[in-house]
Ligand binder design. Structure first.
Ligand SMILES: [Zn+2]
Length: 271
């Protein structure tokens, strides 16, 4: 059995059977960034409830299967379009940030690449610096991805107070992965069952650029997605001749290295 960490998944949307299937497949820990619920919340209090779910309910569900559960807090880029509303939600974050499973601020970033989204993205970066937190960044999908990633990287470049090693830019594809890596950040590869990046395309990227400063994830949520996508990637890497050590580096050691920069993260590989 392969041991792995699923560092980006939305377990609030998944069933208990899926927790069990992940544990049985060898998943030792999950990371769950705050995200859009599939609908807009009607008040900031909706986020207070969500933050309780992320910091109390999900760790308890994961623990029943021997898995560690970590989370990241923010208002997602989609609902950040309403700047006043977003600021009300952000005021809740300091109240939750010291909870034992919170690793940082995320997943922040851009959705439609608007100036309002950028305002809230930059205010989240301020918050991360002020509270000394890791940062997890969502990049927009499809035709907005390249432009959004370039906008995010140029905003990050203006932040000498933010150590690039403590920032991960997720949902990279062939055209954005090298930009993120060259700028010194961690890059994430997200696997989708029917659209966007799949195990074959991720395998090509890893063959080309190697395993440094990269993690892979399913980002499984309430939509068409697969919480066991990393097992499919492991098979694909094995088929291509990657060694067990290389596969384990990508799926276990790398997420440990990135998340382990938070003192709250408990190493699982040596347990
Ligand atoms: Zn996500």
């Amino acid at each position: 059995m392969m041991a792995f960490i699923e560092p980006h998944i939305h377990m609030v949307c998944r069933t208990t059977d899926e927790y069990r299937a992940m544990a049985q497949a060898g998943c030792l820990a999950v990371g769950e960034p705050a995200f859009w619920a599939g609908y807009d919340r009607s008040s900031a209090d909706g986020f207070r409830d969500y933050f309780v779910q992320l910091t109390e309910c999900e760790p308890a569900r994961a623990a029943k299967f021997g898995m560690d559960h970590y989370t990241w807090l923010c208002i997602n880029p989609k609902e950040a379009q309403d700047v006043a509303f977003a600021r009300d939600v952000m005021k809740l974050i300091p109240e939750f940030i010291d909870r034992p499973n919170v690793l940082g601020i995320g997943e922040i970033g851009l959705n439609r690449n608007t100036s309002h989204e950028m305002t809230i993205f930059e205010e989240h970066l301020d918050l991360a610096v002020r509270l000394n937190q890791l940062v997890l960044i969502h990049t927009p999908h499809l035709e907005d991805k390249l432009k959004g990633t370039v906008m995010i990287l140029s905003a990050l470049k203006n932040r000498p107070d933010l150590d690039p090693c403590r920032v991960l830019v997720d949902h990279c594809e062939e055209h954005t992965f090298p930009l993120v890596k060259e700028a010194g950040y961690w890059a994430g590869l997200t696997l989708y069952p029917t659209s966007k990046l799949n195990p074959k395309r991720a395998g090509d990227i890893l063959e080309l650029y190697g395993m440094d400063r990269v993690w892979a994830n399913s980002a499984a949520d309430w939509g068409d997605s697969d919480p066991l996508a990393l097992t499919a990637l492991a098979c694909e890497l094995r088929r291509r001749g990657f060694s067990r050590q290389e596969t384990e580096r990508l799926l276990l050691e790398n997420p440990e290295t990135f998340m382990g920069q938070s003192p709250k993260f408990r190493k699982v590989s040596s347990r």
